[in-house]
Structures are given as C-alpha cells and as structure tokens.
Ligand binder design. Structure first.
Ligand SMILES: [Zn+2]
Length: 470
C-alpha cells in the first residue's frame, strides 16, 4: 500500500489520506442530472472522478465507489430558484420524466464506456430513494435544524453554526445572500429546501408527512451516501461549482442530522474551457463526445487531453490542443504496436526509477501531467537506447491511465517479430529525420510482404496486396 496525498477543499491543504478502515476507501462522487446530454466539460469531471478511483486502486486500496443519478429536484439555479431541470426536459421533449431519465442515463453510461471510465460500484437514482430522503428530513426536524412552511421543509442554516465551512462563505452578507433570492417562507436566504410543497403542477409528486411534494436536490446525496457508505466516509468529489451551494448544503444536512463529519476529504475538479470561455449552450460551444468523434477525434484522445492539466487547474480545449493530444496518443500506440516481442518481457534497468516516478506523481494529488511526462520519458529512453523492454511498465501504468494500451498491442499480434522490429526501427529513423534510413527500412519491410502507411492516425502496417505486385 502506497500513501496517497490529496488536496482537501475543507482545509485547503494537501493531506495524506488515512481511511477509516485500513486498506479500504469509501468514495462518493456527485453524478449527472439526466435531463440532457453530458458535454465535454461535464465529462472532464467524470474522467477526474475515475482517476481518483484508479489512483487509489493503483496505490493498493480497495475502493467502494458510489455515484448518484439525479432524476428529480435539481433546479436550473442549483439553489431553490428556477424550474426543475427534469420538468424543462419534459416540456422540451414531450416525454415522461422516467423516459427522459432512462434515455439520458443510457447515453451517459455510453459516454463513460467510450472514455474507459469504470462504472461505479453503486449507481443510485434519486427517485428510488425518496423514503431515505423523507426519513433524513424527519431526523433534521427532530433535531431542530429544519422547519416546515407551506412552500416546503427548509434547512435552518442559523441553527447549524458550521454552515459555510467548505466554501468559507461569509454569512453576514453578501457572498451567499447575493446568489440566492430571498423567499417569504425562508428565515434566511441561505436556508434551502429539503422537501418542496405546494406545487401541485410539478411533474413528480410523492406523499410525505408534510403533504404531497418532491425532494430538493441536495438531500439526495446526503441520503444516498449515508445509505451506501455510512454516516462518515473517506472521500467525496465533484466539480468546483458544487462547493458553495450543493456541497455546503450536503454537509449541513448530513452533519446536522448525525453530528459527525460527512466526508473526511473533499476533492473538486476545475472547469474545462472551450477557447477562453466556459461551456454554455448560449455561446454555441456546447460540445458532446459525439461531436468530437464527428471531427475524427477518438474519445481516448479526449481522455489523454484531460491528463494534460492538473485537475485543480482549468483545462483549455482548443482544436490545436485536441489534435496534439491525438497525435501524442497515436505515437504511444504506435510504439506499443510495433515494439518487438522481447519488449513484453521484464524491465530494462532504466525502468525501475521511472516506475517509482510515475507512482509518486499520481499519488501526489493526482499529478497526471507529471505522470504523462514519465510515460514519454520511458518511450524516449527505449527508442534512444534500443532497449525495448518497457511494455510491462506501460501496461501497469495503464491501470491509472485507462488507455487500453494492452489491447493496442493485441491488434497486431500476428505481425512477425522481424517485421515488427523493422517497423520500430523505421519509426525511430523517422523521428530522427533520417529519411534515407527510413526509406531503406520501408523497402526491407516491403520485401517481407508488408506495406507501411503513414496515416493521420499514426503508422499502419498491412499485408501487401498480391494484385499490386512488387
Ligand atoms: Zn451531490
């Protein structure tokens, strides 16, 4: 087991992870609201979520990963204002809330699969857990940190002195108050709905001790994390936009009911910007994974691009950046594809310190840019020295990277070892701009009955078509 260090938003410091149970990590990450497509900015957060889990597993921990699927109660403002996002989809698509949730959940899971994001061990739907949400709301009322009004049951932030500790909100004023409109029934504008009442036209309704209504958004994560991971668990993650409202409110509801910490470590991923701006529908830069594929970009190139920035920094998405990511990844694939057979056995002497550097990078607050630099150094060193036995290390690193590196190798497993070696030599010659040597090697490959093609996807080797002669 290797120590893992993570930046905890609660303390604003990088801390050594000490799980509640030795060797095991309970991990909750906020999931999608299934009312629309996930755009690549959302998907960056899920690549990050997956990296958290993979790094913990790489370090030797057994991870229990829980993610929610929001299918009710998430308002267009993230607070209590606006409309339920599910209701906007019902209006837009003239389908039932359940049909919309099923449709976009399926598309979301498809995106995860194409991005090689591991499916969480528990994927829990909000609408399957309204009983737990009602029970938690009753518990908060019994402890005097919530109150009932005609428009809903609200959390009483004044009765929870720690409110604002995650986002470091200034409750005296402005920061929180300015974001959330005052409401006649709320004692404070910071108070938020646990259960909404008095909206008979809302598309989803459940009976509750306070009348027919539907849950607020935040309460689902408190209720479901408690159900699957216990009152206190190790790691909770989301996007930085969750900090001031959603996660602050999750902490208030959970800790207000239990009196113990909700999560010990809070992790937050920064945004993806398209060009210089945040993704938004009104700006017309709302890109989906399928849009990238239509432009010839593979999903795993997007995954690789995500590794080019630390998760706490913004990631810039530009045409040039994604093309460059695709070129780098294809270069790595070609190296693996055409390395000679002996490359699979054991480690060259220069590999051990690079293995150590890789592990250190990923366990140091998920420093993926550093880890990618180690991968590139490994390939460079193998090419420079002509010592190819590095694939075992690359396949090991792929437990974190999730780039299907071993599959790439299997695709050309029928290529004879001597041809594979010639292709690798030609690649090295091309990289060194030794064009005459590269041409000579192409001829030698041709003499053995194979054709080398340099495509935008990298090098491809095919059996020579007999009809072409030569
Ligand atoms: Zn959540």
């Amino acid at each position: 087991m290797r120590d893992v260090f993570l930046h905890n938003t609660l303390t604003r410091e990088v801390e050594k992870l000490s799980p509640l149970r030795p060797g095991r990590v309970g991990y909750y990450s906020c999931g999608p609201t299934v009312y629309h497509h996930a755009h690549i900015g959302n998907l960056r957060t899920y690549v990050f979520t997956d990296t958290v889990r993979r790094v913990l597993e790489f370090a030797g921990y057994e991870v229990e990963h829980v993610m929610n699927i929001t299918d009710v109660g998430h308002m267009t403002t993230d607070g209590d204002g606006g409309e339920d996002k599910m209701a906007t989809a019902v209006e837009r698509e003239h389908r039932s809330p359940a049909e919309i949730a099923d449709h976009y959940t399926r598309l979301f899971l498809e995106d995860l699969r194409r991005l090689e994001i591991k499916t969480p061990h528990v994927l829990c739907k909000a609408t399957d857990h309204t009983a737990e949400m009602i029970a938690l709301t009753e518990r908060l009322l019994a402890r005097g940190v919530a109150y009932v009004t005609p428009s809903g049951v609200y959390f009483d932030t004044a009765a929870f002195p720690a409110y604002g500790k995650l986002a470091r909100l200034n409750l005296e004023g402005q920061e929180a108050g300015a974001r959330i409109e005052p409401h006649a029934d709320k004692k404070s504008p910071c108070d938020f709905a646990l259960w909404k009442l008095g909206q008979p036209n809302h598309v989803m309704q459940w009976d509750s001790p306070w009348g027919s209504g539907y849950p607020g958004w935040h309460i689902e994560c408190s209720a479901m994390s408690m159900r699957y991971l216990g009152e206190t668990f190790d790691v909770h993650s989301g996007g930085i936009d969750h900090i001031p409202v959603h996660h602050e409110n999750e902490i208030a509801q959970s800790e207000g009911a239990t009196g113990v910490p909700l999560a010990r470590v809070w992790l937050h991923a920064n945004f993806l910007n398209v060009g210089d701006t945040k993704i938004s529908k009104s700006l017309g830069n709302f890109l989906l994974l399928t849009d990238l594929e239509k432009r010839g970009v593979s999903p795993l190139s997007f995954r690789w691009l995500c590794f080019s920035a630390k998760y706490r920094a913004p990631l810039g998405f530009t045409d040039e950046a994604i093309k460059s990511a695709q070129r780098s990844l294809n270069g790595l694939y070609d190296f693996i594809r055409y390395a000679p057979e002996e490359a699979l056995t054991g480690d060259e002497p220069f590999v051990a310190p690079l293995r150590e550097q890789f592990a250190e990078a990923v366990c140091n607050d998920l420093n993926l840019p550093q880890a990618i630099a180690v991968v590139q150094e490994l390939v460079r060193e193998a090419n420079r020295t002509g010592q190819p036995r590095v694939l075992a290390a690359l396949f090991d690193f792929d437990r974190v990277l999730g780039l299907r590196l071993a599959e790439v190798r299997d695709q050309v497993v029928d290529l004879p070892a001597d041809v594979r070696a010639l292709v690798a030599q030609r690649e090295a010659a091309r990289k060194g701009k030794e064009w005459a040597a590269a041409d000579r090697l192409r001829g030698e490959i041709g003499a053995r009955g194979y054709v080398v093609e340099d495509t935008s996807e990298g090098v491809r080797v095919k059996v020579k078509d007999a009809l072409q002669g030569g």
